[in-house]
Design a protein around this ligand. Structure first.
Ligand SMILES: NC(=O)c1ccc[n+]([C@@H]2O[C@H](COP(=O)([O-])OP(=O)(O)OC[C@H]3O[C@@H](n4cnc5c(N)ncnc54)[C@H](OP(=O)(O)O)[C@@H]3O)[C@@H](O)[C@H]2O)c1
Length: 455
């Protein structure tokens, strides 16, 4: 394979990043990745030495034509996905693909792998501009002189993927909202299974002008799928409400037309709730790769989300506490140290918290003033509470970090009178906060103690 070079579009995307991480880099002389802006490189995984970034745009062929001329194979994943304007879908997915295909023909590229979507098979895509534009992209590829493979994945699930984020948000609501009847069939595939298939196709290097549809190993109704996520998130079966699609689509298409930027999604995106998204067995690949069971995929993704969420909360806590202590935000280094300390110190994860601790923790991630109020009460009445343990931990981190130790080590300027004045002022503020916080927390402390005594 010496001398064989690869050109990849969409490397900064959800699937592109994962593919880049798992590509057999050593098989290629060079791997060119088309990215739109230089600082997008920061979003890519660590790149091997034979990877070269090409700053450009699908619709500006001059930006990438020279690199293309050195390549035998192109993997085309770049697309306008999720919510985009109608113009962008067509400009990028149809016109952009046409431009790329023409450049490939002109520069002697042999093989073309086009990542399309199962949505092109929906019976009605007249108002689903994403699917329509991807179908137009397919036509460009099929009508070209290139040896091609068109891969149509079903719903791709993975951490950070737009589709998974939407399902997870839906499943976190107190009851399950199911657009449509919920009875359409889906066959989601884990991103790693998709990437594994892409790798295998690249290794086999057979580009036989074929269309391949690719889904996971289980088919189920949308409703069953959403219920599985809901049950795993909430630990119980959901109450569900079906939203009839027809009226919703009618209203959405009006909003799309007259106020296109108002909603976080467009009417076309609801098509996945109208039509089956399953792979046609006649167009499927026979592969020895064993796909992940859907249950395992859901469990893994939810575990990820929970970890992510707890990291997000710790990060917010760290922001509020640092501002409280040194009146400036923390650096990434301090945030990481703070989160790491929580991974190793189980005392900071008490699951058996009283009402006061829970209220203090819940409010103090909101602002440094809330921390101040909580801490003024704890300083007198509850010195071993959770919030104090966390503040002491952060104090230790700040005191030993090169960027913040000066806040504690350097004497403050001003003369004695200034010092005295400041101490007076701080004392008055503390007293005011203490009175205020006692009015909130003292009754709660009493309730907590009484209920513990009763138990
Ligand atoms: N995710 C799924 O569930 C799924 C399912 C079926 C099929 N697919 C297909 O798989 C492919 C990858 O999907 P994805 O989820 O990874 O998409 P994504 O996360 O939205 O990434 C899209 C990629 O396209 C790039 N791009 C967009 N416009 C471009 C332009 N004009 N010039 C150059 N690059 C451009 C983006 O670059 P920036 O980073 O600069 O925006 C990004 O790298 C797409 O073709 C999609 O249709 C995805």
């Amino acid at each position: 394979m010496a001398g064989h070079s690869l050109f990849i579009t969409g490397a900064t995307g959800f699937i592109g990043r994962r593919l880049l991480q798992n590509l057999d880099h050593e098989r290629y002389h060079k791997i060119y990745c088309l990215i739109r802006k230089e600082n997008d490189a920061a979003r890519l995984p660590p790149l091997p030495s034979n990877c070269q970034l090409v700053i450009g745009d699908l619709n500006r062929p001059l930006t990438y034509a020279t690199s293309l001329a050195e390549c035998q194979t192109v993997i085309h994943m770049a697309a306008a996905t999720g919510k985009a304007t109608q113009a962008d879908y067509f400009q990028i997915n149809a016109t952009g693909t046409k431009a790329l295909v023409e450049q490939c023909e002109q520069h002697g590229v042999r093989n073309f792998l086009y990542l399309s979507t199962i949505a092109v098979t929906y019976p009605d895509i007249s108002l689903y501009f994403y699917a329509k534009s991807k179908a137009m992209g397919e036509v460009q590829v099929k009508e070209s002189r290139l040896n091609y493979l068109i891969l149509r994945p079903t719903i791709v699930l993975g951490h950070g993927g737009q589709i998974w984020n939407t399902f997870y948000k839906l499943a976190r609501l107190p009851f399950l909202i199911i657009p449509g009847t919920g009875q359409v069939q889906i066959q989601p595939i884990h991103i790693d299974d998709l990437v594994e298939h892409l790798r295998a196709l690249l290794i086999s290097d057979v580009f036989s002008n074929q269309i391949i549809e690719l889904g996971g190993n289980e088919k189920m109704s949308f409703e069953t799928f959403l219920r599985l996520i809901y049950e795993r998130v909430h630990g119980r079966s959901p109450l569900s409400v079906n939203i009839p699609l027809r009226p919703v689509l009618a209203v959405l298409s009006l909003i799309d037309r007259y106020f296109p930027d108002r909603l976080p999604f467009n009417s076309g995106q609801l098509s996945a709730f109208r039509f089956d998204s399953t792979a046609d067995p006649d167009l499927s690949l026979s592969s020895s790769h064993k796909m992940r069971p859907l249950n395992q995929t859901i469990n893994d993704l939810i575990d990820w989300e929970k970890e992510d969420e707890s990291r997000r909360i710790l990060s917010k806590e760290c922001d509020a506490f640092t501002y409280y202590l040194i009146r400036q935000g923390p650096s990434d280094f301090i945030r990481q140290k703070y989160i790491k300390a929580h991974e190793v110190n189980l005392n900071l994860h008490s699951t058996n918290l009283g009402i006061v601790d829970r209220l203090q923790m819940a409010t103090s991630i909101r602002s440094s003033l809330a921390v101040k109020i909580a801490d003024s009460y704890s300083a007198i009445f509850s010195r071993s509470c959770l919030i104090r343990k966390k503040i002491v931990l952060l104090l230790a981190i700040l005191e030993s970090s090169s960027s913040t130790y000066k806040h504690f080590d350097l004497p403050q300027g001003g003369g004695r009178a200034f010092l005295f004045g400041r101490m007076m002022l701080q004392g008055i503020i503390f007293a005011a906060l203490f009175i205020f916080s006692s009015m909130i927390f003292f009754p709660l402390t009493l309730i907590d103690r009484l209920s513990k005594e009763r138990k």
